[in-house]
Ligand binder design. Structure first.
Ligand code: COA
Length: 414
C-alpha cells in the first residue's frame, strides 16, 4: 500500500547570543544601513563556545519529537543537512542518534549547503514512500560563525547559526511531502566555497595563514544564480505536485537575501502576505534557514490544516531544491503538558546513561580480553619467490598462483 510522508513534528533552536549589525560595524568597515538595505538582515545569532552543530541539531530534534509524540526508539533514520558538521567524521547525525537514544536509527550527514534541508526531505520522504522507513528525522543545522572570516566584510555580516528539524512519519492518508525538485550545477562550485581543509588542499600552517579554512563567496555570481533558480524550481515543484500557483498558501524560501526572495515571489506572482521571512532576525543559516523559518511560520499561525506550503532553497555546490507539502495537523497545536515534558526529560537522561555505559563497556573490553579478541594473523613462511600473501598462502598453499591463472585462460587465449 502506498505510504505518504507527513510532517508530524517540528522544532527549532537558536543560540542566545544576538549579534547586531552595529556590533559588526564595530569590528569591520561596514554599517547597519549597508547590511540592511543590501540584504535585509538586522541581526543574527552566534553559537556560544560550548555549542556546536550537534548540540543545536539535538535541541531542535527533541522539540520536533516531543510535538510528534514519537519516541526516539521509533526513529528509523536521522539525516542532518549541514556544511558545518562537528567533525569531518563521524557524522553529526550519528552524534545526534546517540544523544537521542535512537537505538534503531541509521544516521548520516548530507552536504547540499543551503538546499540541504530540501534534499533531506526528499531523501526521507522517498524512504517512507518506498516502505523502507516509517519515521525519519530531517534536521538542518549550522554553526557558520566558525567558518566566517572576520576580515571579510563580503561574507561575515550575512550568516548566522541555528537548527531546525522535522519528523516525517508514514501515513496511509494522502498529504505530507507532495513533490520535490532537486538540482545541482558543480561548474559554479568555486563561487561559494571553503577552499582549505579537504583532500584537495589539506590543512597546513600556510592554508591557515591564508584563511583558506574560511568561507569565500562571489556574492554577485551567487545572487545571479539564486534569482535564476529560486522561482523556477519552486514553480516546477508546484507543477509536479499537480497544483496551480494559486493553490499555494505560503512560500517559505531560503533566508539569504530579501532581494532574492522578492525576485522569487514576483516570478511566482504571489502576494507579499504569502511569503514568510525572518532573515532580519537570523541572517542566512544555510541548511537550517528553511526549517527554522518553517517552524516560525507554524508558531505564528501562518500554516493551517490542508495548506499547501512551498519551500525552496539554493546554495553552495551550486545546488537548489524545492518541495510542496500539504499540512496535515489540526491547528492550533496544543502544547504538551508539563508531565509529558518531564517524561521526555527522563527518556533523554536514560539515553545519556546508555551512551556512557556503552563507552564504559568498550573501555572494559580493552582491559579484559574476551573470546572475540582481535588476534593478528600468524606470520607464515614466505610463498614463492619471497612474496608473502597471507590469504593466498592459506587457501592454495601448494599451488602456485601462475597455474591457477593459466587454467582461467580461454582455450585460444593468448
Ligand atoms: N559593508 C559595506 N560595503 C560592502 C560590504 C559590507 N559588508 N560588502 C561589500 N561591500 C562593498 C563592496 O566592496 C563593493 O564596493 P566597491 O563597489 O567599492 O567594490 C560594494 O559594497 C558593492 O558590492 P556588491 O557586491 O555589488 O554589492 P551587492 O549589492 O551585490 O550586495 C551581496 C552584495 C553579498 C549582499 C549580494 O551580492 C548577495 O546577497 N549575493 C548573494 C549572497 C548569498 O545569498 N549567499 C548565500 C547563498 S546560500
Amino acid at each position: 500500500m502506498v505510504k505518504y510522508a507527513h510532517i508530524v513534528g517540528w522544532g527549532k533552536y537558536l543560540p542566545e547570543k544576538v549579534v547586531t549589525n552595529f556590533d559588526i560595524a564595530e569590528i569591520m568597515d561596514t554599517s547597519d544601513e549597508w547590511i540592511r538595505t543590501r540584504t535585509g538582515i538586522s541581526h543574527r545569532r552566534f553559537a556560544e563556545e560550548e555549542e556546536s552543530t550537534s548540540t543545536m541539531a539535538l535541541a531542535a530534534a527533541r522539540l520536533a519529537l516531543d510535538r510528534a509524540r514519537i519516541s526516539p526508539i521509533d526513529i528509523d533514520m536521522i539525516i542532518v543537512a549541514t556544511i558545518t558538521p562537528d567533525y569531518p567524521f563521524p557524522a553529526t547525525a550519528a552524534l545526534v542518534q546517540d544523544a537521542l537514544g535512537a537505538t534503531h536509527a541509521a544516521a548520516y550527514d548530507l552536504n547540499a549547503a543551503c538546499a540541504g534541508f530540501i534534499y533531506g526531505l526528499s531523501m526521507g520522504s522517498a524512504m517512507i514512500e518506498a516502505g523502507t522507513a516509517k519515521v525519519v528525522v530531517v534536521i538542518g543545522a549550522e554553526t557558520l560563525s566558525r567558518i566566517l572570516d572576520v576580515e571579510e566584510r563580503g561574507t561575515y555580516p550575512l550568516f548566522g547559526d541555528g537548527a531546525g528539524a522535522v519528523v516525517l512519519q508514514a501515513k496511509d492518508t494522502p498529504g505530507g511531502v507532495m513533490s520535490t525538485v532537486l538540482g545541482a550545477d558543480g561548474s559554479g562550485g568555486e563561487h561559494l566555497i571553503v577552499p582549505g581543509g579537504g583532500s584537495k588542499t589539506p590543512t597546513t600552517r600556510q592554508t591557515v595563514d591564508e584563511h583558506l579554512h574560511f568561507m569565500r563567496m562571489n556574492g554577485r555570481e551567487v545572487y545571479r544564480f539564486a534569482t535564476r533558480v529560486m522561482g523556477k524550481a519552486a514553480k516546477e515543484a508546484v507543477e509536479k505536485a499537480g497544483l496551480e500557483l494559486d493553490d499555494i498558501s505560503l512560500l517559505v524560501p531560503h533566508q539569504a537575501n530579501i532581494r532574492i526572495i522578492e525576485s522569487a515571489r514576483k516570478q511566482m506572482k504571489l502576494g507579499k502576505d504569502k511569503v514568510f521571512t525572518n532573515l532580519d532576525r537570523y541572517g542566512n543559516t544555510s541548511a537550517a534557514s528553511i526549517p527554522i523559518a518553517f517552524c516560525e511560520a507554524i508558531e505564528e499561525g501562518r500554516v493551517n490544516t490542508k495548506d499547501k506550503v512551498v519551500m525552496v532553497g539554493f546554495g553552495a555546490g551550486l545546488t537548489w531544491g524545492a518541495t510542496v507539502i500539504e499540512w496535515g495537523i489540526t491547528m492550533p497545536y496544543q502544547r504538551r503538558q508539563w508531565w509529558y515534558r518531564g517524561l521526555r526529560w527522563l527518556v533523554y537522561r536514560r539515553a545519556r546513561i546508555r551512551s556512557m555505559l556503552l563507552r564504559l563497556t568498550r573501555w572494559l573490553e580493552d582491559l579484559i580480553p574476551g573470546e572475540d579478541e582481535y588476534e593478528p594473523l600468524e606470520p607464515k613462511e614466505p610463498a614463492n619467490n619471497g612474496t608473502h600473501h597471507p590469504q593466498l598462502t592459506q587457501e592454495t598453499p601448494d599451488k602456485p598462483v601462475k597455474e591457477t591463472l593459466e587454467t582461467d585462460q580461454p582455450p585460444n587465449g593468448k
